[in-house]
Structures are given as structure tokens and as C-alpha cells.
Write a protein of this length. Structure first.
Length: 431
């Protein structure tokens, strides 16, 4: 099974359940606590949830909110179309439906400048499935976003209009900063609370986002609320979005089926793109003098984790939230670079659908480790969609309490707040 949206569920600090299109799992799926016991210095230690008959045991943290609202979050990327449908829970949300399909919308767009008719047709078929799921689940509020492929394609606006006509879905092309901020909120609960800094990255199909967080400004707490996932954005000290991902980087070096001999060339190219961002913000010096970890949210990093663990089948509960040493990541990347396409496709955590792209992802990872010599990385099988859900639910929760929120992550204090809530909001994000 190629990596994608596959079985696994977690709650509490790790609180989303994601299933692939054909996983055969009944929804709704309630989720049980799954807290990683690993530390940044360890290779990997994870306590998975308990599975019974294809579902996940209910835990107290998965208690459903009395709210009748049902939320939808759709992420249409360069390579994937992904949907989550969720209800609010006591400390976050739990997923009641999900969908993921590799549609390769951005295939060739870095060369031609336009979305091809074949890619558009594949994508619209996937979006029709998403539309049907949202209708069937009675979604009351949603945000449906498109990213790099639609940002750069000359016919991006025409595609958005066609999607509206043929599926009824209103897609929003978001900017790179918005994409980066949503990814931060989506994986906020996996940030190590004892670290001074964290670098969150999202290697996409057409672009890659890198966000540097100064965690010294946040308060330490064992758990964070759904609203604190917005406040974590206040810790952002610097960010950048580079216009390449696994699809466009592979195409830049001649073929979507990049081979091992191209690996070092790709690494050097990415390294040269990352170094100015690092120098401008003094990231290297900060890493050398303070406790820092990487947090990766992308198919590349989850694939590497699955290969490292030697999984016969990708299991989200074993991957999401786990810690890997950067030495382990480099070892896996070297193994993948030594394989040809057929050997990569035979790997259960890669498969034919990702065999042509994983090498480019490994090259981006290697370049990052060279520029930022951090010893540990935490893996997140979550990101943009979870950030959207957290944002929508938090906005509604704040509105219900009478808070006026002008900007996501910049919460203005309401005079009617209790002294406790006012002090809590003033003190900054909870980590």
C-alpha cells in the first residue's frame, strides 16, 4: 500500500483519525489517547492506540462536543486531493469521514505553465467524491483550499471556476504564508514543549514551507486547547516558502522518475536555496546554542519513517508523533537513492504511486539536515487540513464566547473576559 491517508487514529495531544479512500473502516471513528513517550534524543518510541475490529477504542479525550456543527477541510495540492470531515470534541475534534487520492494536478505545470486537461479531469473526479461526502455528512462549515499548482498555473482561475460548475465546491487559492501558518496550527500538539526552538517544514508537491518557531515566548503546559493551536502562530519568528516540491524538483532535474545519480545535484540545489533564509535569520547560530528539533509534515517524512520502521504496511499510529534521529533519516535516504524505480515501487511504504517522487523528497530532507544540523526530528502525519479544522472550530468557539477575533493567531482581548481568561490570553501561546 502506497503512503497516503491510511489507517490510524489518535486523540488528546494527537487528535485526528485519517483513513484512506478504500480502507474499509466504518465512520464515525472515535479515538483513544495515543501519547508518544519518546524524547527528542531517542530514535523512536510510540504507544499506539488499541484497535478492535477495524475501529479505535473510545477514550475520554474523544468525547463528542454537544455542538451540532460538522466541519470540512479540503487540501487540493500539486500531487494529492485530501479531505477531512470532523465534529468538535472536548479538546479538539474527531474525524467522521476522510478521503485521499493522488491526482497529480500539477504534473508538468512547472514546464508548461498550465494544468493539463488529463490532470484536471482526474482532479474533478476526486472532488466529486469529496463533494458527495460533505453533502452526505451534512457539513455546516468548511474551508476548501488549493495550493501551489493552482497558484502558478495560468489557467488556475479557470480551473477553480470549472470546479464550481461541475462539483459545486468553492475552492480558495491560498497564499504561501497562509499555507505555512495552517500547517503550524495543524501539528502544534506535536511540538516538543521542552525545546527552545523548532523548525516545522512541509514538503509539498509544488512548494515547500519552512517555519522557524521561537518557543521561549510560550507558556509550558501538558496539554493545549484548540484555541492555543492558533496562538502557536505567535511563536513564528521567520518563515519561507520555496517554489519547489517533490513533483517540481523531480521535473526540474529531467524526469518525474528521478534516479540516484541525480540525488546529489538535487541536494546541492535545495541547499543553495535554503542557506539565505538560514543566514538572514541566524538560525544556524541559534541551533548551535539552544535545544532545537525538526517537525516534518509531509508524505516524504512519513514515508521515510515507514521505511525506517520496516513496516509491511503503513500504519499511521506507529508513524504519527514518532521521533527519528537525523542519522536514521540519512541512512534511509541513502538506501532509497541506491534503488531503481522498480525497487522503490516494491517497498510497501512507498509503492508505485510515490516511487517516482520519493527521491526528490529525500534530497530536500538531506539538504535541510546539511543546513540545519539538528539531531532529532518528529514525524507528523497531519498538517494543513488539521490546521483548517482547528482554525474553524476555534473561531466558532471564540465567537460563541463573545470574543472578537480580527486575525487568526492575533486574538484581541474582550473587556468581558474573566480575569483568568484575560491573563491566559495575555501570557501567549501554550506549548
Amino acid at each position: 500500500m502506497a503512503i497516503g491517508e491510511r489507517g490510524g487514529a489518535i486523540s488528546g495531544e494527537q487528535d485526528t483519525a485519517v483513513f484512506e479512500e478504500k480502507a474499509g473502516v466504518s465512520f464515525p471513528v472515535s479515538v483513544a489517547p495515543c501519547a508518544s513517550t519518546a524524547t527528542p534524543g531517542s530514535a523512536i518510541t510510540v504507544n499506539p492506540p488499541v484497535y478492535r475490529s477495524g475501529t479505535v477504542a473510545r477514550g475520554t479525550d474523544a468525547t463528542e462536543s454537544p455542538s451540532s456543527a460538522i466541519y470540512g477541510a479540503l487540501d487540493l495540492g500539486t500531487n494529492n486531493c485530501r479531505l477531512l470531515v470532523a465534529r468538535p470534541s472536548r479538546r479538539g475534534f474527531f474525524v467522521i469521514d476522510a478521503f485521499s487520492r493522488i491526482i497529480k494536478l500539477g504534473e508538468g505545470v512547472s514546464v508548461s505553465g498550465v494544468l493539463s486537461e488529463e490532470a484536471i479531469a482526474r482532479t474533478i473526479e476526486a472532488l466529486k467524491v469529496c463533494s458527495a461526502k460533505m453533502t452526505r455528512r451534512g457539513v455546516t462549515r468548511s474551508r476548501l483550499v488549493a495550493t501551489e499548482a493552482c497558484r502558478i498555473a495560468k489557467n488556475g482561475p479557470d480551473f477553480i471556476a470549472r470546479v464550481k460548475r461541475e462539483t459545486g465546491l468553492s475552492l480558495e487559492i491560498i497564499g504561501r504564508e497562509t499555507e505555512a501558518r495552517l500547517a503550524v496550527s495543524g501539528c502544534a500538539s506535536l511540538i516538543d514543549k521542552q525545546s527552545d526552538y523548532a523548525l516545522i517544514f512541509d514538503i509539498g508537491g509544488g512548494s515547500s514551507e519552512f517555519v522557524w518557531l521561537n518557543l521561549k515566548t510560550g507558556r509550558r503546559a501538558r496539554r493545549i486547547s484548540i484555541e492555543d493551536r492558533l496562538r502557536i502562530q505567535d511563536c513564528i519568528e521567520a518563515w519561507t516558502s520555496l517554489p519547489f516540491g517533490v513533483v517540481t524538483l523531480a521535473e526540474r532535474f529531467g524526469s518525474s522518475r528521478a534516479e540516484g545519480f541525480q540525488f546529489e545535484d538535487m541536494v546541492r540545489f535545495v541547499q543553495a536555496e535554503l542557506e539565505p533564509f538560514s543566514r538572514t535569520n541566524g538560525i544556524g547560530a541559534k541551533i548551535a546554542s539552544a535545544d532545537t528539533h525538526l517537525l516534518g509534515t509531509s508524505g516524504t517524512v512519513t514515508t521515510i519513517a515507514g521505511v525506517y520502521l520496516g513496516l509491511a504496511e503503513y500504519t499511521r499510529a506507529k508513524v504519527d508523533g514518532c521521533w527519528l534521529s537525523t542519522d536514521s533519516i540519512r541512512d534511509v535516504s541513502k538506501r532509497i537513492a541506491a534503488m531503481d524505480w522498480a525497487e522503490r515501487a516494491a517497498q510497501p511504504c512507498i509503492g508505485a504511486e510515490r516511487a517516482d517522487l520519493i527521491l526528490a523528497g529525500c534530497a530536500i530532507m538531506e539538504a535541510m539536515i546539511r543546513v540545519w544540523p539538528v539531531t532529532s526530528l518528529r514525524v507528523a502525519d497531519r498538517g494543513l487540513r488539521e490546521g483548517i479544522l482547528a482554525t474553524l472550530i476555534a473561531e466558532d468557539a471564540i465567537r460563541e464566547r463573545g470574543l472578537a477575533e480580527k486575525n487568526v493567531g492575533k486574538l484581541r482581548l474582550d473587556p468581558a473576559l474573566s480575569a483568568h481568561d484575560e491573563a491566559r490570553a495575555k501570557s501567549g501561546p501554550i506549548l
